[in-house]
Design a protein around this ligand. Structure first.
Ligand code: PA5
Length: 459
């Protein structure tokens, strides 16, 4: 089960929160946001809603994994943005690095997954130096099939595979748009396997397509359960009744907190190491979807911040407690831990240690979450808590779908398109112009016309 507790988001419980009047007055705004999202989905957009029920995409993944089972020792993922943050979050939630330390058997049975989500040569050289090419599969993920960073990584890897005289079709698999982009025709011409990202699924909403499913399945994650958990959220969010729709309640409360209560910063803070990367994935989803120029000329969008409990209690929580009154914090709580460790009762004569004995590490972590929520509340700072019963594929799929659906609603509430990212284009065009891509001379000229760095302003 996945639940959202928003008691501390409302100002009758926590003074800085959303007023009960604003909350109860938002039912119509939500119904209209829900209708607009549903209409876009029915018109063939927003294909992420359909991924949990897409048996043919799942078959592409499971067939590929069945065909290549036990073939590779290492899998290296090349991608960026949603094509890397997506795969990393479920992988680290469900097969966290700590797990490998515990489970020798799994380490033998499944390949190691490395994710290259940048073009820093230090990392590329390190990973390519560590893997043995004959035992390695490179998964190239790009919806557009043209992203400069991913294409550059691909070219570097391809040159190495060619130099090693390895069959490209055995060591490369593409995950990309069914028809568009540079990768698809290469796959067709050269017999490189290619899995589909449906045309109506955007990068940051693609985790439940082969983008996230293939890497997950390659390392032994139960991808069917991921989809079932996500499907449960699709069902629960079919209603436009705000009080019954957890993604709607999350979206509306964060939107109201931003637009009526000055809470422009939205922190996501899981209290579980395996969920750390869900917060990083959420940051991209919330920021790239909602940070937009509104048609009326305003610039809108909350600033998402990732945090981790209890680690950030010794870092960012000071800011959350006493800094500007501009934040909401959403905790992610886990009902039952995967493992627990009893804290031994020792040093009975040292009060600073003795009180811990007999409790467990999980109890301490969970207590700290409740204490932090309480401390924030007592300073008038709102928070919400999403609780999942346990960290398994079903709940992780549900959690990720909850945030995707909430993002779609939030886009409608802010009155912007949550599914484009025009703001990232100009930097790309400058890069293309400077790197000499044909057709981008004007971008180079525009870049060159910017004020030059001045020596007398350099210290
Ligand atoms: O959400 C998005 O669309 C982007 O963040 C993309 O995921 C990112 O730019 C990578 O794009 P692509 O998958 O086309 O290489």
């Amino acid at each position: 089960m996945l639940t959202l507790d928003y008691t501390f988001m409302l100002s009758d419980a926590v003074p800085g929160g959303v007023t009960p009047a604003a909350w109860s007055g938002a039912t119509d705004a939500f119904a209209s946001a829900h209708a607009s999202v549903t209409a876009r989905h029915r018109s063939g957009e927003l294909g992420f809603f359909d991924l949990p029920a897409d048996a043919s995409l799942l078959a592409q993944v499971t067939d590929f994994v069945a065909r290549t089972r036990a073939r590779y020792r290492d899998v290296v993922l090349l991608g960026i943005g949603g094509s890397a943050l997506g795969p990393v979050a479920p992988r680290n939630a469900l097969r966290p690095p700590q797990w490998n330390m515990l489970d020798d058997d799994a380490r033998e049975r499944w390949p190691r997954l490395h994710v290259l989500d940048n073009v820093d040569p230090v990392t590329i050289v390190a990973i390519l130096g560590r893997v043995k090419l004959p035992d390695t599969l490179f998964v190239v993920i790009s919806k557009s099939g043209g992203t400069a960073e991913t294409m550059a990584q691909y070219l570097v890897v391809r040159e190495r595979l060619v130099a090693a005289q390895l069959p490209l079709g055995d060591h490369l698999v593409f995950v990309t748009d069914p028809t568009k982009g540079a990768l698809r025709p290469i796959a067709t011409a050269e017999g490189i396997p290619a899995l589909d990202i449906p045309a109506n699924v955007g990068g940051r909403f693609s985790v439940l397509s082969p983008v996230g499913l293939l890497p997950a399945a390659l390392v032994g994650i139960d991808v069917k359960a991921l989809l079932l958990g996500a499907g449960d959220i699709v069902r629960r969010t079919a209603t436009d009744r705000l009080a019954e729709n957890p993604a709607g309640a999350f979206a509306v409360l964060q939107w109201l907190a931003d637009t009526t209560a000055g809470k422009h910063v939205h922190v996501l803070m899981p209290y579980a190491d395996p969920l750390r990367d869900i917060a990083s994935w959420f940051v991209q989803l919330w920021a790239e979807s909602l940070g937009k120029a509104h048609p009326d000329g305003r610039h809108v969008g909350p600033t998402p911040v990732p945090a981790l409990g209890a680690t950030d209690q010794h870092s960012q929580v000071q800011l959350f407690m006493e800094g500007p009154l501009d934040k909401t914090v959403t905790f992610v709580a886990v009902g039952t831990p995967l493992v627990d460790v009893r804290i031994p009762a020792m040093h009975a004569d040292v009060p600073d240690l003795a009180y811990l004995g007999g409790h467990s590490l999980w109890e301490l972590l969970n207590t700290e979450r409740r204490a932090t929520a309480g401390a924030l509340a007592s300073r008038g700072r709102p928070s919400a808590t999403i609780e999942i019963d346990t960290i398994d594929a079903w709940h992780v799929g549900g959690l990720m779908m909850l945030f995707e659906v909430a993002t779609a609603y939030a886009g409608a509430l802010y009155g912007i398109n949550a599914f484009d990212q025009p703001g990232v284009e100009l930097g790309k065009q400058f890069t293309y112009g400077i790197m000499g891509r044909p057709g981008f001379d004007a971008s180079r000229l525009a870049f060159d016309a910017l004020p030059r760095p001045s020596q007398d302003r350099r210290i």
